[in-house]
Design a protein around this ligand. Structure first.
Ligand code: HPA
Length: 241
């Protein structure tokens, strides 16, 4: 039973999925962070793998860039593959000048310029939030690891090459931490499909100063976030089982 975009059989995906944007990062996560990982789909090179982490079956599936791409995979995973929890592991551009690069943000609230959530939820477009229990689990796992997890409001945009030069300053003064391109779609679809979702984001570029992570720092901080996300998924699995 393949779907139009995922060439896998029912049961090929674990109930818990880590979702990076980049298909090559999905391969990296599978090879470096999971045991016994095997490829379960690669339609259009959107790589999906299933393996185990500390004995727990875990899958990793790329979203591609932007809500329309991510929404296809997210919908098919929740609707046709029995996926219960999707944790996005992505990067974001930083609005808030006091937020250091490498810091991980758990997106506890999300605003967007995308029209998609309002079409999924005509009357409830404003409540773009993660599964509260999953956000609580992330905070708990972070404190047990001594990790300084930031939480707060993020912006999901449909426009990478932003035409408004004032946007960064305005968002920063409104208390919006950072910008990326998929979380609002994930949160809208989790609510619509009855799935669990959380978005974890590593701060990779400062939009006010232009400062960005070196290649080495980018890799190290992503590894830290991936390990953290896997521990969150382990704690979450005790709740969803
Ligand atoms: N804009 C949108 N998405 C992003 C950015 C950005 O600056 N950085 C990482 N993801």
């Amino acid at each position: 039973m393949a779907t139009p975009h995922i060439d896998a059989e029912p049961g090929d995906f674990a109930p818990s999925v880590l979702m990076p944007g980049d298909p090559l990062r999905a391969t990296y996560i599978a090879e470096r962070h999971l045991e016994q990982a095997h490829l379960v789909t690669n339609v259009r090179n959107a790589n999906g793998y299933t393996g185990t982490y500390k004995g727990l079956p875990v899958s990793v599936m790329a979203s591609g860039m932007g809500i329309p791409s991510a929404a296809i995979y997210i919908t098919e995973l929740y609707r046709f593959y029995g996926v219960k929890t999707i944790v996005r592991v992505g990067t974001a551009g930083v609005f808030d000048p006091s937020l250091e690069l490498r810091r991980v943000v758990a997106a506890t609230e999300c605003i967007t310029n995308s029209a998609m959530p309002a079409q999924i939820f005509p009357t409830e477009a404003s409540s773009l939030t993660p599964t509260p229990e999953l956000a609580d689990i992330a905070s708990r796992v972070a404190s047990s690891r001594g990790m300084d997890l930031a939480t707060g409001k993020i912006f999901t945009t449909d426009i990478f090459y932003e035409p408004d030069p004032e946007l960064t300053a305005r968002m920063a003064s409104d208390g919006v931490l950072c910008v990326e391109m998929e979380t609002a779609g994930l949160y809208a679809l989790a609510a619509a499909e009855g799935g669990r979702a959380l978005s974890l984001l590593t701060m990779s570029d400062h939009l006010s100063t232009g400062e960005s992570l070196s290649t080495v720092d980018r890799q190290t901080s992503l590894d830290e976030m991936i390990e953290f996300a896997l521990e969150v998924v382990v704690a979450d699995s005790e709740v969803i089982e």
